[in-house]
Design a protein around this ligand. Structure first.
Ligand SMILES: Nc1ncnc2c1ncn2[C@@H]1O[C@H](COP(=O)(O)OP(=O)(O)OP(=O)(O)O)[C@@H](O)[C@H]1O
Ligand SMILES: [Mg+2]
Length: 295
């Protein structure tokens, strides 16, 4: 396995941000003969100010890794190893301690934005209630913060959007609002699990570009989970590849894409569809420069 070693903290105009460092993380479901080893000793740095891409085949454990960082693993899961964040191993925290961090310092964006938004509550209520609960801000100040964040995620006419309900938005706009909701409390870490998979192809690039901007502007530590190595190659700073509960490779995106060390990564890259209908790494430069993602 190759790895990229970086400091997990960074300083930006938005303040000092802190990333997460995972070491030897294991997860087992069931016991004895029925034991299923879901995560088999994961080592992964998710530094501030970077997008760490997590790719790999279906069922390899990408979602479980993201969920465990947020303390949302299945209740019967047996965990081992460490998830270090600001000097604390998150695995040692009580449920209450985790609840305090989740949604404030460590936020998550899911594949389906409707999963994180309540259909019967206005966008304003959804964005401000959680913030006020955690910060004690006045209603007026919380609404101003919601307005600013909706502007930041480029939802058109933020003032009017605050008064609307989820069903009044398209999928792409809704995912932007879900991202707004995730960053309302100014988190350090954002876990984005297949955030564009449910979206129309034409709006995927815009949402991905937004994640890149938020990472750069706010210094967020972003874990971007996707099975799409093409997206990774255009967007992530480093790429980690999972297989069967293990990280088989982690390194600089260019290095992983152009000179994969692990046979499984190589097979994934060889399987990438190319514009000319062939497969393989020959057109990888074009993929890296693909401006449908980075333009
Ligand atoms: N709630 C659960 N209870 C038991 N096993 C689960 C549960 N959720 C997932 N698993 C199992 O854990 C393993 C890892 O699943 P996970 O959802 O993390 O994969 P993934 O890499 O995110 O896949 P995909 O690309 O399809 O989203 C799989 O074997 C899956 O069957
Ligand atoms: Mg998944």
């Amino acid at each position: 396995m190759t790895s990229t070693s970086t400091s997990t903290s960074t300083s930006t105009s938005a303040g000092v941000k802190t990333g997460i460092s995972i070491s030897g993380l294991t997860m087992t479901l069931g016991r004895g003969e029925n034991a299923k080893h879901i995560l088999r000793g994961i080592d992964l740095d998710i530094p501030a100010g970077q997008i760490t891409g997590l790719a790999g085949e279906s069922g390899s454990g990408k979602t479980m890794t993201g969920m465990t960082i947020c303390g949302l693993q299945p209740p019967q899961a047996q965990l081992g190893g460490r998830i270090d964040y600001r000097g604390t191993n998150l695995l040692d925290l009580s449920q209450r301690g985790l609840n305090d961090l989740r949604g404030t310092e460590i936020a998550m964006v899911f594949q389906d934005p409707t999963a994180s938004l309540h259909p019967m509550l206005s966008i304003q209520t959804q964005l401000t209630d959680h913030l006020r609960h955690h910060t004690g801000l006045s209603k007026k100040d919380a609404i101003e913060r919601a307005f600013t964040v909706l502007e930041q995620v480029k939802v058109p006419d933020p003032r009017a959007a605050l008064k609307k309900y989820p069903h009044q938005f398209s999928g792409g706009q809704l995912q932007r609002i879900a991202i707004a909701s995730a960053i309302m409390c100014n988190p350090n870490v954002l876990i984005a699990d297949e955030p564009t998979t449910a979206l129309d192809v034409t709006v995927q690039a815009g949402v991905l570009r937004l994640l890149r901007e938020l990472c750069d502007d706010l210094g967020l530590a972003i874990l971007l989970v996707t099975h799409d190595l093409g997206v990774m190659s255009a967007l992530a700073d480093t790429i980690a590849v999972m297989r069967n509960g293990e990280i088989v490779e982690h390194g600089d995106r260019f290095q992983v894409i152009t000179a994969p060390q692990d046979p499984y990564t190589k097979a994934l890259i060889d399987a990438l569809p190319q514009a000319d209908g062939s497969h393989g790494v020959t057109r990888i430069d074009a993929l890296l420069l693909d401006n449908t993602v980075e333009a």
